[in-house]
Design a protein around this ligand. Structure first.
Ligand SMILES: Nc1nc2c(ncn2[C@@H]2O[C@H](COP(=O)(O)OP(=O)(O)OP(=O)(O)O)[C@@H](O)[C@H]2O)c(=O)[nH]1
Length: 396
């Protein structure tokens, strides 16, 4: 009896061990959940830094340091090489595909009709208004097109396309100076102030501009005067860190004017070429906040005049955005517009409306969330991209 009991116990033991053997490997094999993006980046950095340095066994077991700890130098951050600005609009032309449907397909289709009667011209007018070109500019463009097609007796698709392109370029006034004033003068850095409503893409645009400048061989300092949103300074720091640009930031809710002042001072002391100042996204109807922007400008100008004040506008906000934008032009002397998110709209005609309504040249266009998806604005290249035509075909 006793023997049977022993055998039964032994069998039970074997069964339990077997069960553990089956379960443990399964637990080990369970797939790891996907890492959040920041974790992936940290891991990638850890991979580059090599395996972690382990403490000697004696330290682990006793907790007493036998030798002084080895200082492991963090590897110098690997700086990125941004893409040069030249040729970006051509590379990013397909990002205008939504607008291309209106300008290229629909508008050129209408113009190619056998008979351009009143209804056809009205349809052409409607297309331009739908694309946010604005009523006045649309009327002008259509009137000139009507006149030129009548006088020239133009009917071929190629000729009509060329006429339309010429009118659109003309509406964008190709004679305007679109250069960004970012070159230092007499060893003093150029100062570029970036303003606009919240969410328009100011911080992103600051970061993208820093990359353009670094690609051109300039040294840049970033001033995080958006103390309203703490994450904006972190965001800017990340942009700067990638290309080796220093950032000056203040404590949360610090006076934006004082951060901007310090940033320019630091830029002068360190002899950088350009200081870029990101400001908070302000709702223009909050008078106090607009006053604050005016103060940033005045305080920065104690160091010398601001070379460029860039208004960042979200192209997807259309004509409403224009009304908001006007208030900024009254507080600071806006010298150029950066029109962002053109990749997300079919209303690429807003570029024409912005320039006409504000009387300020569009200098940069944002065509995506990628780090180098910001291009210098060129009217002829832009119109070619809108119409989906090859530059050479248009010039021919
Ligand atoms: N698709 C697209 N997204 C863009 C572009 N420019 C900026 N964005 C996105 O717009 C969002 C807002 O950009 P931010 O730079 O944080 O905007 P901001 O104006 O600084 O915002 P505040 O700090 O709140 O005032 C981000 O998700 C950007 O990636 C662009 O050209 N195209």
């Amino acid at each position: 009896m006793k023997e049977y009991l022993l055998i039964a116990l032994a069998l039970l033991g074997v069964l339990i061990l077997g069960a553990i053997g089956l379960v443990v490997p399964r637990l080990r094999r369970r797939p790891e959940p996907p890492l959040p993006e920041t974790e992936v980046e940290t891991r990638a950095e850890e991979d580059r830094a090599g395996p972690p340095v382990e403490a000697p066994e004696a330290e682990l077991s006793t907790g007493v340091l036998v030798e002084p700890p080895t200082v492991v130098e963090a590897p110098a951050p690997v700086l990125e090489v941004p893409e040069p600005a030249a040729g970006r609009l051509v590379r990013l032309r397909s990002r205008l595909s939504r607008s291309q449907n209106v300008f290229g397909k629909s508008l050129l289709g209408l113009l190619s009709r056998d008979h351009l009667d009143e209804d056809a011209w009205e349809d052409i007018e409607d297309s331009l208004i739908t694309a946010d070109v604005g009523i006045d500019a649309t009327r002008e463009i259509v009137d000139r097109l009507r006149e030129r097609t009548r006088v020239l007796g133009t009917r071929s698709a190629t000729e009509l396309r060329a006429l339309l392109a010429a009118e659109l370029v003309n509406a964008l006034d190709p004679t305007l100076d679109r250069s960004l004033k970012t070159a230092p003068k007499d060893g003093v850095p150029a100062v570029l102030l970036v303003v606009g409503v919240n969410g328009a893409g100011k911080t992103t645009t600051c970061g993208k501009i820093a990359r353009v400048l670094v690609a051109d061989g300039r040294t840049v300092l970033l001033g995080a005067a958006d103390t309203f949103r703490a994450a904006a300074a972190d965001q800017l720091e990340t942009w700067g860190g990638r290309v080796g640009a220093e950032i000056v930031r203040g404590p949360e809710a610090a006076d934006p004017a004082s951060v901007a002042f310090d940033a320019v001072k630091r830029g002068i002391d360190t002899g950088v070429d350009t200081v870029l100042i990101d400001t908070a996204g302000r709702l223009q109807n909050k008078v106090g906040l607009m006053d604050e922007l005016g103060k940033v400008k005045r305080v920065v100008e104690k160091h010398g005049p601001i070379d460029e004040t860039l208004l960042v506008l979200d192209a997807t906000t259309g004509q409403n955005g224009l009304e908001q934008a006007r208030v900024f032009t009254e507080v600071v002397n806006v010298s150029g517009v950066a029109l962002t998110k053109l990749d997300g709209t079919a209303k690429g005609g807003i570029v024409i409306a912005v320039q006409r309504k504000l009387g300020i040249p569009v200098k940069l266009v944002g065509l995506g969330e990628g780090k180098d998806d910001l291009a210098p604005f060129d009217p002829a290249q832009f119109v070619d991209a809108l119409l989906g035509t090859e530059p050479l075909a248009r010039d021919a």
